[in-house]
Write a protein that binds this ligand. Structure first.
Ligand code: URA
Length: 256
């Protein structure tokens, strides 16, 4: 990945874009040994120094597994803070990371955040039917046909097409009049779990995603924690999930 010099320095703690432009104009920055006053210069593999001190280039691509806590928004809009990007390790903060799919502010659980556009496409392309597992706590009595309605697909208010076949398991009582269920979806529509449970007669009171494809939310990741994905986890993520009828959950064209 190639960064402009001003973005490169800003992402490495030298202040806002206007702060770093002042630093660059003052002649304190060199690229490959030459003073550089061009804030738009692209820095790709070059050695950048400020006041003679080398600045680490850092990684240029990363994929992160993150346990989204309740209350955080999958957005870059500061008005919606707190944001996922606040949970990203500082060493990766310079990367243009995007989450592959979203969770609502009131949903917790597994998210994959990456700078790899091909991976995002592989994980979110609706034709690939990647399996995502949700643990649900709900209030109310679900229709006696809830399981078969999920399995057949249901037309939700405002949608033009029925949902893809989904697997609902009723897990049992959870106290205080609530019950728990597990729902495996193979697509990702707006508020889909909440809308499906509402259409079946219930109200979701807590929602948590604990698996994408074949990747389970890692046990070492507490709420709010994020770390680089391992090679084994990436393999589970893209090759481990099963779509309806046993089809592979996702078959990416290229994973870098
Ligand atoms: N379905 C929802 O209703 N919310 C989520 O965050 C994910 C799936």
């Amino acid at each position: 990945m190639s960064d402009r010099l001003d973005a490169f320095l800003s992402h490495r703690g030298f202040g806002s874009r206007s702060d770093v432009r002042r630093v660059i104009r003052s002649g304190r920055v060199t690229v490959d040994g030459q003073a550089c006053r061009d804030q738009a210069r692209h820095v790709q593999g070059g050695q950048v120094r400020v006041d003679g001190v080398p600045i680490a280039i850092g990684v240029s691509e990363a994929t992160v597994v993150l346990h989204k806590p309740l209350g955080y928004a999958c957005s870059h809009d500061p008005a919606e803070a707190p944001l996922l990007e606040e949970l990203i390790p500082a060493a990766l903060a310079h990367l243009p990371l995007e989450s592959a799919g979203r969770l609502d502010r009131d949903t917790s659980g597994l998210l994959v955040v990456t700078s790899d556009g091909t991976l995002i496409h592989a994980l979110t392309n609706p034709r690939r039917h990647l399996a995502k597992r949700y643990r649900i706590r709900y209030r109310g009595a679900l229709s006696s046909h809830a399981i078969s309605r999920c399995a057949k697909g249901m037309l939700l208010d405002g949608d033009s097409k029925p949902t893809l076949p989904a697997e609902l398991t009723l897990d049992g009582e959870a106290g205080a009049g609530d019950a728990t269920a597990t729902l495996i979806l193979h697509e990702g529509r707006y508020h889909q779990v909440r809308r499906m449970i509402a259409a079946l007669g219930g109200e979701v009171v807590a929602l948590h995603r604990d698996r994408i494809g074949g990747l389970q939310l890692p046990a070492d990741l507490g709420p709010g924690m994020a770390r680089l994905i391992t090679a084994g986890e990436l393999e589970q993520l893209v090759h481990g999930g099963q779509g309806p009828g046993g089809r592979p959950g996702v078959v990416p064209q290229r994973i870098s």
